[in-house]
Ligand binder design. Structure first.
Ligand code: NAD
Ligand code: DAU
Length: 353
């Protein structure tokens, strides 16, 4: 099986490349990534020599049809897994156009080039799959009760989630109109190794280790439904293998936690592991809320559980221990990742919130 994995140098993309190459010894992955501030080839540096024989990296943009055509021609791609995206909600508030370009127009480019290569005469070639990786944020925000199902109407609130909803709808349109073999997955908040330290969990780990303030937005009672990244990779693997074309699958592990709980837990685990008493709750600072901040996300994963046999394996507390160990063992990775372009953006837009 030959996969085109876009966004392969980002957080989930790189975890998926490791997961897939290690599980399927006869698989071959073409990894495409533009290497924005969030993409980092260091994320793929742990591939073994054998795995490198089954992986090729191409630096490029999913909007570049000429490059995409070249990839499809040269590698005879069976499956596209589209992770490539601008992924950070706060950034989408500062520069929405970048999000529309990649998360909407980029998806359309990928779909159109895949269609050119997979639709022959009047039918689709056998075994092809286009997996659009999406998010629970397209459903909007929940009150204290209830869950998002695949039938929940889309109601995105941030430029990020609106752009992801746009990508989903164009992907759905390719199925509805052309019967293209598209499947959409929508996942809750991921965490784990290689997550860029702008997102809640790695940012709090890094700031706490450096005795810096831990900025909690609003009252800290917003709820996210946390999923360890390996569980997400397993779900995508099952969707590639057994997912039904034209369907949407929600992915989530019933690990709803308030942000303030997450931050306090990070402090507790870090202090235990490092013995550093300066890592304590005095570091917490409640700051101005994120505009349009969704209150609660919670996924109903019944469909992927009953139809494909997926179930999450890690509780939030188990996954957090592993994640914190990984960051403690990879502090140079964090330093490298947040230097350069990202740091300038962060200093300009975030400091002094
Ligand atoms: P990330 O920001 O860590 O990685 C995104 C990658 O895409 C980066 O390597 C970046 O360089 C690349 N990229 C950006 N624009 C590109 C372009 N135009 N062409 C090619 N490559 C480009 O993001 P992530 O957290 O790994 O998220 C991956 C996907 O999963 C995204 O589609 C995101 O919407 C979705 N998702 C993420 C989460 C989460 O909690 N992280 C949850 C649900 C869904
Ligand atoms: O739900 C899935 C989504 O999860 C993905 O689609 C996105 O790509 C991913 O970035 C993530 O979005 P969130 O906005 O939920 O993640 P983030 O880590 O930015 O924030 C998590 C919660 O923590 C959110 O309620 C905002 C809050 N927060 C975040 C940061 C960075 C803080 O209180 N302080 C912070 O400094």
């Amino acid at each position: 099986m030959k996969l085109l994995v876009t966004g392969c140098a980002g957080f989930i993309g790189s975890n998926f490349v490791y997961y897939y190459l290690r599980k399927y010894k006869d698989s071959f992955i073409v990894g495409l990534d533009k290497l924005t501030y969030a993409g980092n080839l260091e994320n793929l540096s742990k591939l073994t020599e054998e795995e490198k024989q089954r992986f090729v990296f191409i630096r490029g943009d999913i909007n570049n049809n000429e490059l995409l055509n070249h990839i499809f021609e040269k590698y005879n791609i069976d499956v596209v897994v589209n992770f490539a995206a601008e992924s950070h909600v706060d950034r989408s508030i500062f520069e929405p156009h970048v999000f529309i370009k990649t998360n909407v127009l980029g998806v359309q480019s990928l779909l159109s080039v895949a269609m050119e290569h997979w639709f022959r005469g009047d039918k689709w070639l056998e075994g092809k799959r286009f997996i659009q990786i999406s998010t629970d944020e397209v459903y909007g925000s929940l009150g204290p009760e209830g869950y998002f199902t695949e039938n929940t109407p889309l109601d995105p609130h941030s430029p990020y989630s609106a752009s992801k909803a746009g990508g989903d709808l164009i992907a759905k349109a390719y199925y509805d109109t052309f019967k293209m073999p598209v499947i959409i997955t929508r996942c809750s908040n991921n965490y784990g190794p290689y997550q860029f330290p702008e997102k809640l969990i790695p940012l709090m780990i890094w700031n706490a280790l450096n005795h810096k303030e831990l900025p909690v937005y609003g009252d800290g009672k917003n709820i996210r439904d946390w999923l360890y990244v390996e569980d997400h990779c397993k779900a995508i693997d099952l969707v590639i293998e057994k997912g039904k074309i034209g369907e949407v699958y929600n992915i989530g592990g019933h690990n709803e936690r308030e942000n303030i709980y997450v931050v306090k837990k990070i402090i507790e685990v870090l202090r235990r592991k490092t013995g550093d008493d300066k890592i304590n709750e005095d570091l917490i600072k409640f700051v101005k809320d994120r505009p349009g901040h969704d209150r609660r996300y919670a996924m109903d994963p019944t469909k992927i559980q009953t139809e494909l046999g997926w179930k999450h394996t890690y509780s939030f507390e188990e996954g957090l221990e592993i994640t914190i160990d990984w960051y403690l063992n990879n502090l140079d990775w964090v330093r490298n990742t947040i230097s350069g372009e990202y740091l300038k953006f962060y200093e300009k837009n975030y400091l002094g919130r």
